[in-house]
Design a protein around this ligand. Structure first.
Ligand code: FES
Ligand code: FE2
Length: 363
């Protein structure tokens, strides 16, 4: 059996809330399966169904809405939000057992989370905490980009943020005095409760921050970054600054909290849902916020995205350790995440070991 590429029994971000508009049929390939998202008419709650008609496998997203039912454009079968066929133009009643697969979804923190594994295990309480995105007063912004690389490259990228000072030197990495190790810099990473926590403290910076970090101009500060990772590829990154030498615990409010969630499109391509809340420049209008999004999207498209796509080309498989990479001290967080993903993948593969093979369809 081929190595499994995806963690199925987990919540993945399938779409951002604003991507799935009220009347729309929104298709997206996730975990190498076609998914159709839409919203119920009555209350707007999202539905996610396999985007493949069980008759001749047309994309249902190319069909039409009939209330909350989806009518296939090819021969007119209709399916309801529970997946059951509600109408066949050729029979008095729908064919017995005719249905399309429905995936559990929960809309939370301005994102639509989807569970593509065993529905019985889909517990909304295990959705990663990105509740900062609910803070209207911190002006939440979220956007979607893609890259032609395996989803775990996103974990590697974000769990080792020293790349800020090399790859992003000319964009968002300019606040560190020099690109190498800074005297007194502290880095730590540990795992607990299925999460990985990493933290970096860069002391005594005199250069102004890229964004207003609540430190008066000219005053030296300690910059800290804290990342919480949860499988498969969900990260919340908190950035803050305190006057040099102060206890970071004295910080009441970080100046920026970032969301980074990566969902496989296929084994070799990924969706990247990214965003942040902030305490600075809160007076920007909608156009100003749009420019913020374009700024960060541009950095990804010029810097992180091409880097991960290069790495995808350099690897013969998606098993990083099979390629014997050099491991540096700062890789600890990324290595912990890789190990936890490997355990989850192996556990799911073992659980599926005796399952009957399904018919071989592309989705
Ligand atoms: S393919 Fe959908 S009704 Fe025939
Ligand atoms: Fe980056």
């Amino acid at each position: 059996m081929a190595d499994p590429e995806f963690i199925l029994n987990a919540w993945h971000v399938g779409a951002l809330s604003h991507e799935v508009e009220a009347e729309a049929l929104f298709p997206r390939r996730l975990l190498d399966r076609p998914v159709l998202f839409y919203r119920r008419e009555r209350d707007g709650t999202p539905v996610a169904m396999l985007d493949r008609c069980p008759h001749r496998f047309a994309f249902l997203s190319k069909g039409r809405r009939s209330g909350d039912d989806i009518e296939c454009i090819y021969h007119g079968l209709r399916f309801g939000p529970d997946g059951r066929c509600t109408r066949s133009p050729y029979q008095d009643s729908p064919p017995p057992g005719a249905a399309v697969e429905i995936f559990p979804v929960v809309e939370r923190h301005r994102m639509i989370w989807i569970w593509m594994g065993d529905p019985a295990q889909a517990d909304p309480a295990t959705i990663p905490d990105h509740s900062h995105m609910d803070r209207e007063d911190m002006r939440p912004l979220l956007w979607h980009v893609q890259f032609a690389g395996n989803w775990q490259l996103g974990n590697d990228n974000l769990m080792e943020l020293s790349h800020l000072f090399w790859l992003h030197t000319s964009s968002i990495g300019g606040w560190k005095p020099d690109a190498g190790a800074t005297p007194g810099e502290v880095y730590s990473a540990r795992s607990a409760d299925g999460k990985v926590f990493s933290r970096t403290l860069v002391p005594d910076i005199t250069r102004p921050g890229v964004f207003d970090n609540n430190i008066p101009a000219g005053q030296a500060y300690d910059q800290w970054t804290a990342t919480v990772w949860e499988a498969p590829a969900n990260m919340r990154v908190t950035m803050g600054a305190v006057p040099a030498g102060d206890d970071p615990a004295s910080l009441r409010q970080p100046y920026m909290e970032q969301t980074h969630c990566i969902t496989p499109e296929t084994a070799g391509s990924s969706h990247y849902f990214s965003g942040f809340t902030r305490t600075f420049e809160l007076d920007r209008d909608a156009e100003g916020d749009r420019r913020f999004v374009e700024f960060f999207r541009g950095i990804f498209e010029r810097e992180d995205g091409p880097m991960m796509e290069d790495i995808e080309l350099q690897m013969a498989s998606h098993d990083l350790f099979a390629h014997h990479p050099l491991v540096l001290p700062r890789d600890r967080g990324a290595v912990l995440a890789r190990r936890m993903v490997a355990q989850r993948l192996a556990g799911e593969q073992a659980a599926r070991g005796n399952a009957q093979p399904e018919p071989a369809l592309a989705g």
